[in-house]
Design a protein around this ligand. Sequence first.
Ligand SMILES: Nc1nc2c(c(=O)[nH]1)N[C@H]1C(S)=C(S)[C@@H](COP(=O)(O)OP(=O)(O)OC[C@H]3O[C@@H](n4cnc5c(=O)[nH]c(N)nc54)[C@H](O)[C@@H]3O)O[C@H]1N2
Ligand SMILES: Nc1nc2c(c(=O)[nH]1)N[C@H]1C(S)=C(S)[C@@H](COP(=O)(O)OP(=O)(O)OC[C@H]3O[C@@H](n4cnc5c(=O)[nH]c(N)nc54)[C@H](O)[C@@H]3O)O[C@H]1N2
Ligand code: SF4
Ligand SMILES: [Mo]
Length: 809
Amino acid sequence: MADRITDIWGTRTPFAGGDEWPARVDFALEAGLTEDDVDHWVQSACVLCSNGCGCDIAVKDGLMVGIRGRSADRINKGRLGPKGLFASWQGVAHKDRLTRPLIREGGHLVETDWDTAMSRVVARSRELLVSKGPLSHGFYTSGQLFLEEYYALAVIGKAGIGTPHMDGNTRLCTATAASALKETFGADGQPGAYEDIDSCDAIFLYGHNMPETQTVLWSRILDRLAGPTPPKLVCVDPRNTEAARYANVHLAVRPGTNLALMHALIREVLKNDWHDPQYVRKHAIGFDELEEAVQEWTPEAAAEVCGVNADDIREAARIFGTSNNVLSTVLQGFYQSSQATASSCQVNNLHLLRGMLGRRGAGLLQMNGQPTAQNNRECGADGDLPGFRNWGNQGHIEELASLWNVDPSVIPHWAPPTHAMQIFRYAEQGSINFLWVSATNPAVSMPELPRIRKILSKPDLFLVVQDLYLTETAQLADVVLPAAAWGEKTGTFTNASRVVHLSDKAVEPPGDARADLDIFLDYSRRMEFSTLDGHPLLTWDGPESAFEAWKDCSRGRPCDYTGLSYAKLRGGSGIPWPCNEENPDGVTRLYTDGNFPSAPDYCENYGHDLLTGAEVEPESYRAQKPDGRAWLKTAPYHPPHEEPDDDYPFRYTTGRTAYHFHTRTKTARSRTLNDAAPRMWVEISVEDAGDLGISEGDIVRVSSRRGVIEAPARVSGVRPGTIFAPFHYGYWDARGGGNAGVGVEGDRTNSDGQQHTTAANELTITEWDPVSKQPIFKNAAVRVEKIGSGNGPAPAPTTTASRPAGPQS
Ligand SMILES: Nc1nc2c(c(=O)[nH]1)N[C@H]1C(S)=C(S)[C@@H](COP(=O)(O)OP(=O)(O)OC[C@H]3O[C@@H](n4cnc5c(=O)[nH]c(N)nc54)[C@H](O)[C@@H]3O)O[C@H]1N2
Ligand SMILES: Nc1nc2c(c(=O)[nH]1)N[C@H]1C(S)=C(S)[C@@H](COP(=O)(O)OP(=O)(O)OC[C@H]3O[C@@H](n4cnc5c(=O)[nH]c(N)nc54)[C@H](O)[C@@H]3O)O[C@H]1N2
Ligand code: SF4
Ligand SMILES: [Mo]
């Protein structure tokens, strides 16, 4: 059995650049069992991050009893990390699962049957459609359902109801990844592949704590670092992460200053003639403007703004400029920080300037976080149109209308789709009265929680919550629908490397819980959504027929699935899209020929001004004749809107630890993982702790203009002036963790009368990136005070970025 708690990344299997990553199989089984006790193994992939590790689920007596990595899978070659090993099956097989639908009666949630619950949903839905029309409806979904489920929801929302108010927690997660790809290349779609780790000469991690958030991908890097030809490593992160400890250059920037740093890196590359003018001339637009925009950003100017060393910037630029093949990854330190899309586009620009795309080792990953975020973007249950189609392109709307056999005018395309933060605003203002939340927990994960709790508790908002557990959000619902989990239903999903996996049903869901797909199909049937000739809108009888329908929708688009089938995905490894007649085995790297999906009739959008978010008009887009070329875009640097001042002198940033997934609904229900990070903490630097008289474990109060949290302090390697808080610790298990398993129903009318002092989002700001509309979880101003002495060290892991500061770090 693998111990991925004290030894998160496992033993090394070193390999040289250009060689294949060796296999190493990790598994975990219920205590006392051996592999011989398992009745059978069912093929799947892990749904606890975007890495998408291939695995098999161990089944005994009709129950999930363990998991094993698939050595044949190109993604993980058998490895699994802490969450994959323990949270996947232990989290799902917990006694706390919802087993029956709940409806609100006299202020309380009471158990009922499906017919009663669905009748109530349908009655409210119909009534509102008649009295107020489609704009009364909002759908807020996830990055954790299966492809088939998103596609069903997309068709229901876009062709059944016709509401533009559809989004997912993908808005909080990978909206900037999608935007950066669309702005630069014309459409979503990851240019690079994980295989690029195997042959690159340098790796850049931009705001990405990969060692904790994609532990198996980091093992691949560790194995290269331990081999005979280790790549150089550069990491941009205000904390002393595990990656920072291995880095040749660690740029511990002030949160919110990424764009200044990126401009300096680009300027250095240009100044030293490390770029490839021929590639740029042939394949990109906007070089002169970019060169002009970075002029003022000398290493010294950026060093001053970012609070780093100018020579470190020079050295990082030199590594980028002089390596043959660089792999870059970008994640939340960029996507959730100030000027998110503009900063992330600079990473694209660096790769374009050196022609470092579509070649072995020259990879670019605008990473995803959630396991199925990619599929929501592809299928359009969020703000996108299915198949990466373009809202502004009438031809694309007509394609969908003819595919679904509905009137094109039903598909809302008269204005940009409504992003999540705006959906909540409409609910706050009272124009959205029906909100269906599936597989996400906004009462903990959205910014400025005191406000979100108020919105979700509004009496005029009919709230449907579809989840595995009675989460903080479910506790506020009018109807709670119990869903089947991973392992209890079949479906496909696509990881951050475009690799599609099939996850087969291994066991029956508990009680009356039903697959999300079945719930959506049931709603569609009951609502009698129909096509132009009066047939039911959705006629699928299960996941495979939904997948076949999706294949048709994806035909000819960048995310072409037409060459895939359930049969082809069984056995062996996952397969990367596009997979079609021309590429029956899929495509590892996009853009090998420097030809990008930017043609006006094909592209996913016409782009935006990266400073203001103003849309580029189709005529002006066409006039620039992109036709297969990429865009070198940027914006002037501006500091974050809420900067430290006398009242709130610290920068506040938030994120993750290796042992928990988001709001801990699965990870806290695995005792192994919960014990590794049982309760909330906050991180402060040695210098600041000294100034404020704070010692390790002392209880501190952190306040912003919006709220307060209280937690033990970990004196860690975070940069001075910055406070870091993990965002995992909500309230379902009584005051921020420790009592896994106690699901208590909250008070709907007076949630703020209770103490809410552990969720990092009590303090965050209601603000978003102008282009991607992704909320800014990583910049705010706070004040810190000691309110009590501790008894012992903070309950923070010591194996990760939260390790205590000191000689060992
Ligand atoms: N263990 C675990 N793994 C996960 C998840 C989980 O909850 N737990 N969630 C999954 C999901 S959905 C996602 S989106 C990914 C997220 O994966 P990551 O993006 O790697 O995770 P975060 O911790 O949110 O943020 C990464 C880093 O950004 C740094 N940072 C903060 N502010 C700034 C800034 O202004 N600039 C820069 N350059 N860096 C900054 C933080 O110090 C942090 O180390 O992880 C996925 N994997
Ligand atoms: N301060 C701060 N806030 C953040 C972030 C940050 O870095 N800092 N990161 C943001 C990011 S990147 C993300 S992705 C979000 C995540 O935020 P959330 O999506 O709110 O977090 P989860 O806990 O993953 O919630 C998913 C819910 O879906 C349920 N679920 C799981 N599988 C299924 C299923 O198959 N069907 C159904 N119906 N339900 C299911 C789970 O029980 C859980 O309640 O948080 C965001 N919020
Ligand atoms: S790296 Fe991600 S996908 Fe792989 S086992 Fe860990 S949580 Fe699961
Ligand atoms: Mo995410």
